[in-house]
Structures are given as structure tokens and as C-alpha cells.
Design a protein around this ligand. Structure first.
Ligand SMILES: [Zn+2]
Length: 630
């Protein structure tokens, strides 16, 4: 896409939610571990309804969801405590999480509050058993440097993670309580982002800062990005739930394209003096003899309603994002009333609806050639709600790009979720005492080494190449890597990195229980390796045995596997035997026979003697043998 983003007046901001890897949850002592929902040992349910006085405070976004009040079912575990069930008040703020949020605030050059107050933010989607999310403002007004200048960091909050939605059953929603209460930092940037590539850069940099602390959770779902995007004359749209960094650029590109296309449609509509009637017409009789399966199915107890959009012909079918049209936006809104979708004459005849039926339909709503008729087939009440939603969205198309909260789709498009919420209203959480943050505490915060700096240091200090240095510096294993090299200074850093990052990972994939392999095993392993007692080829086999029998010392395991049990004499004898049985081959190929012969020897002695040692001895013996032929 070749948009000139500055000319379009693109403004974007990020909101990042990152789970912290603390031992305990934010307001109770339960572990921050995700569970398999099959391990759940009890369920309970709630109907969450805000009280009338609270409802007065609920904004339009929340209200839209109240329309669909549901039963909420919670899966609980042997680790679930009464705080998570909302049967006991929250405990004091987890100090490990506070400390971590302060470190991040300092890294982002932010002003830290004197007192951290915990507040309540009403949530009515059932994602919290208490009916609100607890959140505390930690810092404001920082920045980070980027290729397009400084990007402001407006807020950093410490929050509790919501319960994980497991299943939406229509009339009820199933949640799992394991995730509820895991500490989370929410970081919001100013709308200083100026292009899709810039959005990605800023997200990457924030992610790098967060991971540099060594105190954040890793893996899918532990970090989520929301992106605020607007262009001049467009509107602020918030796209929620982006989990992949790779998608950020596309999301921004596609939202700019969507808003630009909506503005073009608006200007075209105004040129045509287009309008939207509020007359919803019952056109069920038009389809009395239809053979369209979709319509027939809906007509069992249902109706067909239609509305005429004057001057909209061709524009409802116009693409806003690849595969998504203005009609898709109508459909997204209509679906909130529970219908499966809508039809419009820009795409008809189709779906078994005939040309004749379309003609009669147009007559029924007095549509002319420049108009577009939108219709829906469903139960009366749903169809009515759907048509009202379409009328509202069509009217917006005449005037504005609507402010919306949208959901990121896997291909980089987005779909309507709800109106953009106003500023969240907060109430003090009186059960949690405020935490004073003294200047002394702020002054004593040690800033972590950034991953970028760590890579450079590893290359210099351990002579790792850039790839291996980057791999281990970015990994959670960097702590154990450093500890190994500190305790075994002559360890081979290359082998340590490969073992931690590749060997253990592959063993885990094979189903080996690598959790049984402890730091003490690794220390011993690399000590023996550094002393030349374990060949590289044996590392994987050794670890596999230790995973099964963690009570063994590495030395015992070496004995069990017969590693190093091959003495020099035995090795020489094996090589001699192989050389002597292939004399013709050796005469023919000379020193070039070393490669194929190496393979034969390795096959016999793999893992027992290092490949290096075999190769050295084999070449020595070969060249001696070849001497005798001269
Ligand atoms: Zn708990």
C-alpha cells in the first residue's frame, strides 16, 4: 500500500498489556500458573448485574453489553482461593509486582506516583468474579526514543488479569479462574506513532524493554496489544487483542485504508444526495414462493424485513479492506441482535434469491436504480433489531467514520466489537490500602541491562557469535546461562547455549520430562564437558537419561551409558580394523577417504568418544598408512 501517512494525518498509539512473572497473584498468594481446564475440580456461577446506581455510571459501551445479560460459569481449581471467588476481600498489593512495575516505569523515563492507589473499574462481561477490575496508576508522562523521534508514554498501570474466557454458549459464558488476578502492567503511548512500520518499531522496543527485566511472562497470550488509530477527518478507532507483532503493520495499514475508503464513500454519498429512510418494511410476502434455502430456513417462524438506502447503490458492496465491504460493517452491527447476517442488492441475485424476487423486493420498498436495499430474514424481534442497527450504521456513513472498538482478525483486518468507551470511571478500592512509594525506594531501583546491550556483552565476554549471543540474550535461560559460566569458567559457551536453547527444547518436544533436569545437573555436565570427559555428541543422550533418573549424578550417568569408556587403545584398534578392511578404497581415494571412513567409525563409537578425537586419530593413521604406499 502506498499511502502517504503523514499527508493522511495518521495518528496511532499503542496500549500494551503484559503479564508479570511473579510467584503470587496481585491480591492473593495463589500461584500465577495457567491450568488445564480439565484439572478444574469445581464450578460455580453468577449473574453479574451492576446495581442501579452503578448503571448510571456505565457508559454506552458497557450498556450495549448489558442488553445481553448472561449467566457466568467459573471453572475453579485446587489452587483457587476465596479472594478469586470474591468471597473474601483482596489482600495487600503484591510487592514483587509493585517493584517490577517501578522498574519498567524507570526504564521508560516516567514520573512515579507518591502513593499507589488501587481503584475499581466496572466490568460487566463476567471476566472478573467481583464485577470490577482492580487497577492502580503507577506512573505517567515518560517517553522512549524511536527512529521517528520521541514517543510519549502517557500511563503505566498495575492491574489484575481477567479470567480467561473458555466458551461462549450463547445464554451463558464459561470462564476459567486460573488467569484471574495474575499481575499485569498496562502501558499506554501517546498518539505519536506516524506510520505502520513505526507502530511495529515502537511495539518491538517496548517488548524488548519488558523482556529485559527478566520478570515478565513469555509465550502466546502473555502480551496483548491494542492499537488506537485515526486519520485526519477520520475517527479514533481502537483495535483490540493483537497478539502477534508481525500483524501490527498490517493492522495499521488496513485501518487507514478502511477509514480512507469510508471517507470516499461519504463524499460520494453526499454528492448523490443520498439518504436513509427509517421505514422498515415487512417484505415476507415477496418470498412466499422462494426456493432460497437461507430464506426458507429463516422463514420458519420468522420474517423478512427490508430498508431502502437512497443513493447507496454500488457503495454497500465497495471494499474497505480486502474481502470486507461497507455491507460487512452493516452485517457486523446487525449480528449484535443475534441474526446470522444481512443481504443487500449490491450482491443480489445470489444465495438462491432470483432476479424476479429482487425486482419485487425493490418495488415493495420503492427503491430506484441508484438505491440499495438491505434485508434480513430471522425471527421478528431479531430482524427488527438488526434493521435498526443497519439504519444507524448507514446514517453514520453519510456523516462520519464512527468511533468504535474493533477486534483484530487474524489476517490484519478488523471487525466491529462495540462503541468506543468513554474514559473508564473509577472508584476507590477501599479494601486495599494505598502503597507509599518513597523517593528512597525509587532511587534504589536498579535498571536491568537491555537485551541489546546483553547481546554485545555476550559476544565480547564469551566470544559467542551474534546469532548465539542473540538467542541466549533474548531467552529466559539467560540467567542460568550466566550462572553456569560463572561457576564453570572454562565451560564451552557455544555448547552451553546449544544445550539450553536447542537440545533441551528438542528433548521436550520428544516428550522427555526436561523439568527433572536441574541446575546442579547442568553444572556437573558442563564441568565434565570442559574437562574433556563428555563428547558433544553425548550431551543429548546424557540429559535424556537424567530426565528419567534425576537421582543419578552426571558422572554416574556417564558410566551407565559407557561414555568415555572407550580407551585410546580401543579407539585405535577400532580405527585400524576399519582401515585394514578397506585398503583398496583408501589406495583409490587417498586422504579423500577420510570423510566416508569417519562415518563408519562414528557409527560404531558415536557418543562414546568425541568426533573431534576420532577425526584427529583417523587422519593421523590414514596419512601414515598412505606413506607406506609410496
Ligand atoms: Zn487466590
Amino acid at each position: 500500500m502506498s499511502h502517504d501517512y503523514r499527508a493522511l494525518g495518521l495518528k496511532a498509539g499503542l496500549e500494551i498489556h503484559q503479564q508479570l512473572n511473579t510467584k503470587e497473584k496481585l491480591f492473593c498468594g495463589c500461584p500465577t500458573l495457567l491450568r488445564d481446564t480439565k484439572e478444574s475440580n469445581f464450578e460455580f456461577f453468577r449473574y453479574l448485574r451492576p446495581t442501579q446506581s452503578e448503571m448510571g455510571m456505565v457508559d454506552r459501551a458497557a450498556l450495549e453489553e448489558v442488553k445481553l445479560i448472561k449467566k457466568f460459569i467459573y471453572k475453579a481449581y485446587d489452587t483457587t482461593c476465596p479472594v478469586e471467588n470474591d468471597e473474601e476481600p483482596p489482600r495487600e498489593l503484591n510487592q514483587e509486582a509493585v517493584e517490577c512495575s517501578l522498574i519498567i516505569a524507570r526504564m521508560l523515563n516516567m514520573n512515579i506516583v507518591d502513593e499507589l492507589y488501587t481503584m475499581r473499574k466496572i466490568v460487566i462481561d463476567g471476566s472478573n468474579t467481583s464485577g470490577f477490575q482492580r487497577t492502580g496508576l503507577v506512573a505517567t508522562d515518560g517517553y522512549l526514543e524511536s527512529s521517528a523521534g520521541r514517543v510519549g508514554i502517557t500511563v503505566l498501570c498495575l492491574e489484575e488479569e481477567a479470567a480467561q474466557k473458555v466458551e461462549d454458549r450463547g445464554d451463558s459464558v464459561l470462564y476459567s479462574l486460573d488467569r484471574l488476578g495474575i499481575p499485569l502492567v498496562e502501558i499506554g503511548t501517546a498518539p505519536d506513532i506516524v506510520s505502520p512500520a513505526h507502530a511495529r518499531e515502537v511495539a518491538e522496543k517496548l517488548g524488548m524493554f519488558l523482556r529485559s527485566t527478566g520478570k515478565v511472562k513469555r509465550g502466546l497470550g502473555t502480551i496483548r496489544q491494542d492499537i488506537n488509530i485515526s486519520i485526519a477527518e477520520g475517527a479514533r478507532v481502537e483495535i483490540k487483542g493483537v497478539q502477534e507483532l508481525d500483524l501490527i503493520e498490517t493492522i495499521v495499514e488496513r485501518e487507514v485504508a478502511r477509514q480512507a475508503a469510508l471517507l470516499e464513500i461519504k463524499s460520494e454519498l453526499n454528492k448523490r444526495k443520498a439518504g436513509v429512510s427509517d421505514k422498515i418494511v415487512d417484505v415476507t410476502s415477496v418470498f412466499a414462493e422462494t426456493t432460497s434455502k437461507v430464506i426458507l430456513k429463516a422463514l420458519k417462524g420468522g420474517v423478512v424485513y427490508a430498508v431502502n438506502l437512497t443513493g447507496f447503490a454500488g457503495l454497500v458492496g465497495r471494499e474497505l479492506q480486502p474481502g470486507r465491504r461497507l455491507g460487512t460493517e452493516f452485517s457486523d452491527r446487525a449480528k449484535k441482535s443475534g441474526v446470522g447476517g444481512i443481504f443487500h442488492t449490491d450482491e443480489l441475485p445470489n444465495y438462491g434469491i432470483t432476479e424476479d424476487e429482487v425486482k419485487v423486493l425493490c418495488n415493495a420498498v420503492e427503491a430506484e436504480v441508484n438505491d440499495c436495499v438491505v434485508m434480513v430474514a430471522d425471527l421478528k424481534e431479531k430482524a427488527q433489531g438488526a434493521m435498526e442497527a443497519v439504519i444507524m450504521r448507514a446514517r453514520e456513513a453519510l456523516e462520519i467514520v464512527p468511533e468504535e472498538t474493533r477486534r483484530a482478525l487474524p489476517d490484519g483486518n478488523s471487525a466491529y466489537m462495540r462503541p468506543l468507551p468513554g474514559a473508564a470511571r473509577m472508584y476507590p478500592e477501599t479494601d486495599v490500602p494505598p502503597v507509599e512509594i518513597t523517593q528512597e525506594r525509587i532511587g534504589s531501583i536498579e535498571l536491568p541491562e537491555l537485551i541489546e546491550e546483553r547481546i554485545g556483552r555476550y559476544m565480547k565476554q564469551f566470544r559467542l557469535n551474534e546469532e548465539l549471543a542473540g538467542q541466549i540474550a533474548r531467552s529466559e535461560n539467560f540467567v542460568i546461562f550466566e550462572s553456569i559460566l560463572q561457576q564453570v569458567p572454562n565451560a564451552n559457551a557455544n555448547v552451553v547455549v546449544r544445550t539450553l536453547e536447542t537440545v533441551l527444547f528438542e528433548l521436550g518436544k520428544e516428550g522427555v520430562n526436561v523439568n527433572n533436569i536441574k541446575e546442579v545437573h547442568l553444572m556437573e555436565l558442563f564441568r565434565l564437558h570442559a574437562d574433556g570427559k563428555i563428547p558433544n555428541e553425548a550431551v543429548s543422550e546424557l540429559l535424556k537419561l537424567i530426565a528419567v533418573k534425576p537421582e543419578l549424578t552426571v558422572e554416574k550417568a556417564v558410566g551407565t551409558l559407557g561414555i568415555g569408556g572407550v580407551g585410546t587403545g580401543e579407539l585405535e584398534a577400532a580405527i585400524d580394523k576399519i582401515i585394514n578392511s578397506r585398503m583398496d578404497f583408501i589406495k583409490d581415494k587417498g586422504m579423500n577417504s577420510a570423510g566416508p571412513l569417519m562415518g563408519v567409525v562414528m557409527k560404531e563409537l558415536r557418543g562414546k568418544v568425541s568426533g573431534q578425537e576420532i577425526s584427529r586419530l583417523l587422519k593421523e593413521k590414514l596419512s601414515k598408512k598412505l606413506e607406506t604406499f609410496k
